[in-house]
Design a protein around this ligand. Structure first.
Ligand code: AOF
Ligand code: ZN
Length: 340
């Protein structure tokens, strides 16, 4: 039903959607291109929370270039919204613009939209098709889709180990053992998460900042400190640097209630950064959706074993998806099996 051209236009819409990464939560990444006579005449994306939706930006883009969207085909990565939220409905903007065809990658599961966007457009005589590059769109807006369904964040774990699977060196002061370029990637990952969680042990040993510093960002993730024995030092950086931190102390009643609590405040992606005890807690409950296992070539003198290996990741419902290179480190990316 779709041509190679259709796929290329939708791919372009997915690509421009990336420009909003790290800035639109709790909204999804969305991109849109307008096409006339086989040519892209305009593009738009949801750039930041409260900013224009992708379709509206694309229509403005067409008009500002003197291109009329009248008669064009819109390729949108998400079903156009039909509600007054932070912006007026995209369906209205599309109808006013004179767009004749709308091709969508993924329906919007948000109950205020679900199906109504399609319906309104069809009722107005616009031809609407959905499902083009749907899997790619689902991957791009995974935290949003997951949150719409489960009302809690997806859980991403990042763990750095030495050549022998050790997380730390007891013979030395706590220090970073991965490359600078690897750290840039970690900050990119943090930027894409709404909250970062560590246990009390990490705060006591490393006194980390858990902020995004190495790349420009307008938003810092919420820090979550798991500290059921309430033993973290109140002078720790995370409590005193002016950023947002919550400590889960004696009220801690398990990981699922904690995730639900984060879901209640619209956190859609949680990054768990350690250490081993905390990570094993999430793994044993089967609550990990993505696992970045960062492997360095250094060898610790007095190793602290992570006890993380392929067996335990597989038993926790994960499969090895692919490998990446972050600076000098190789990274195994494990993902939850689709059937679960
Ligand atoms: C679209 N195009 O670019 C986006 C959509 O509160 P608002 O007004 O920002 O609306 C947010 C909801 O709108 C969001 O939960 C999702 O259902 C949809 N996002 N829809 O037509 C867009 N970002
Ligand atoms: Zn919209």
């Amino acid at each position: 039903m779709w041509t190679k051209e259709d796929e290329a236009f939708m791919q372009h819409a997915l690509d421009v959607a990336e420009r909003g990464r790290g800035r639109v939560a709790p909204n999804p990444l969305v991109g849109c291109v307008l096409v006339k006579e086989g040519e892209i005449i305009a593009e738009g994306w949801h750039d930041h929370l409260g900013g224009l939706h992708a379709e509206q930006m694309a229509i403005h883009d067409a008009e500002s270039k003197g291109n009329s969207p009248n008669g064009a085909t819109a390729y949108v990565t998400l079903e156009p919204c039909n509600h007054y939220g932070r912006t007026p409905p995209c369906t209205e903007a599309l109808l006013w613009s004179g767009v004749k065809h709308v091709i969508v990658a993924h329906p919007d599961p948000n109950p205020t939209v679900r199906g109504k966007g399609f319906q309104v457009l069809r009722d107005a005589g616009i031809s609407v098709q959905s499902g083009l590059l749907e899997d790619q769109a689902a991957e791009q807006m995974k935290p949003f889709l997951y949150w719409c369904e489960h009302r809690r964040p997806i859980v991403t774990v990042k763990l750095a180990v030495d050549a022998n699977g050790s997380v730390d060196d007891n013979s030395a002061e706590s220090k970073r053992f991965t490359s600078e370029a690897c750290l840039d990637e970690v900050h990119r990952l943090r930027m894409d998460c709404d909250a970062i969680l560590v246990g009390a042990e990490t705060v006591e040993r490393d006194d980390p900042s858990l902020t995004v510093r190495r790349i420009k960002t307008e938003r810092q993730p919420l820090r979550v400190i798991l500290d059921p024995k309430e033993r973290t030092n109140k002078n720790a950086k995370v409590y005193n640097d002016g950023g947002e931190t919550i400590r889960i102390g004696r009220e801690y009643n398990g990981l699922l209630p904690l995730l639900n609590r984060l879901g209640d405040i619209e956190k859609q992606r949680l990054l768990v950064e350690g250490g081993p005890a905390t990570i094993h807690g999430f793994l044993s409950e089967g609550l990990v959706d993505e696992f970045y296992l960062v492997q360095s070539r250094v060898e610790h003198c007095e190793p602290v074993p992570s006890n993380i290996d392929s067996d335990i990741l597989e038993r926790s419902g994960l499969v090895l998806n692919h490998e990446e290179q972050w600076g000098e480190e190789s990274v195994q990316v494990w993902m939850r099996k689709l059937s679960q």
